[in-house]
Design a protein around this ligand. Structure first.
Ligand code: NAP
Length: 291
């Protein structure tokens, strides 16, 4: 069994990005600039945005953090999105989700200029990805594919079962895995899927993106399978200072001995999600996607 070290791969990618930024600066070109909009004080969102800003600093990007209180109106937020769309110094930006219930997330996503949509959530980018045009691909699916590539994991003709059909993980990943360059045969499972255990057991590549800790047990995995655990649920723990620890969707101790490759939680998909945003920001700065 080979443990897929997402932390190590992400660190390599960060170094590659930092080297490109250095070259840009040496040539006197513009420094890539990512902006993040954060509404309210949700603990998870605060942490994610802090990481994003820290990652920008680490590779030499410029970053801006724009904060609003929970009671910001939809109009105010949409006006800020418009301002960021028009700001030539900002190459890409994200609006951290979730947003308070009185704001339509979809309206906000659709207001973002697709050329600056480094989260890859805008319908134009999703559509471009589906038909195989250059696009900003959302961070987690991109990170997973990059892990498979960098570990030289054979995907062509393989049965890939993805459990979870969210717009940010399962569904876009299913599109990427079925693309010509990857050539997997993909099944997307969800809460209404029948015979899930059997289906998972047919997978050469099994991706768990469910959000239910330790859902995938040893008896659901084929000998020699590649298992990608996307799940990150905070569970109470008296062994950590914070009082919680992250659990994946896979019962690691039971599943790992059966796998050819497996991602741990933490240290698997999570770091790749982070670095993928940096990757997209560089693409946005270079204008490679939309010319
Ligand atoms: P989500 O939007 O809640 O989607 C969960 C999916 O799992 C849904 O499609 C749901 O089916 C399916 N599901 C739930 N219970 C199931 C069951 N008992 N059997 C089969 N399918 C079931 O979640 P998400 O945003 O995709 O995230 C999934 C997990 O990945 C979460 O733990 C999240 O924190 C984590 N995550 C991690 C990263 C990272 O960077 N590591 C990034 C994103 C997300 P229905 O559609 O039928 O409801």
């Amino acid at each position: 069994m080979i443990l897929i070290d997402g932390k190590k791969v992400a660190a390599e990618m960060k170094e590659e990005i930092a080297a490109k930024v250095k070259e840009l600066k040496e040539r006197g070109e513009k420094t890539p600039h990512l902006a993040a909009v954060l509404v309210g004080h949700d603990g998870g969102s605060e942490t994610y945005v802090a990481y994003k800003i820290k990652d920008c600093e680490a590779v030499g990007y410029k970053s801006s953090l724009i904060r609003y209180e929970d009671d910001v109106t939809e109009e105010e937020l949409l006006a800020k999105v418009q301002e960021l769309n028009e700001d030539d110094d900002i190459d890409g930006f994200i609006v951290q989700l979730p947003l308070p219930a009185h704001i339509s997330e979809q309206k906000v996503i659709e207001a973002i200029d697709p050329k600056k949509d480094v989260d890859g959530f805008h319908p134009e980018n999703v559509g471009r990805m589906v038909i195989g045009l250059p696009s900003f691909v959302s961070a987690t699916p991109f990170g997973i594919v990059e892990l498979l590539k960098r570990y030289n994991i054979e995907t062509s003709g393989k049965n890939c079962v993805i459990v979870g059909r969210s717009n940010i993980v399962g569904r876009p990943l299913s599109v990427l895995m079925s693309q010509k360059a990857i050539n997997a045969t993909v099944t997307v499972a969800h809460s209404r899927t029948k015979n899930l255990e059997e289906l998972c057991k047919s997978a050469d590549i099994l991706v768990a993106a469910i959000g239910v800790p330790e859902f995938v047990k040893g008896n659901m995995v084929k000998e020699g399978a590649v298992v990608i655990d996307v799940g990150t649920t905070r569970v109470k723990s008296d062994q950590t200072k914070s009082g919680w620890k992250l659990k994946g969707d896979v019962l690691f101790d039971e599943v790992a001995p059966k796998c050819s490759f497996i991602t741990p939680v933490p240290g698997g998909v999570g770091p790749m999600t982070r670095v993928s945003l940096l990757h997209n920001t560089l693409l946005a700065a270079s204008g490679e996607i939309y010319g």
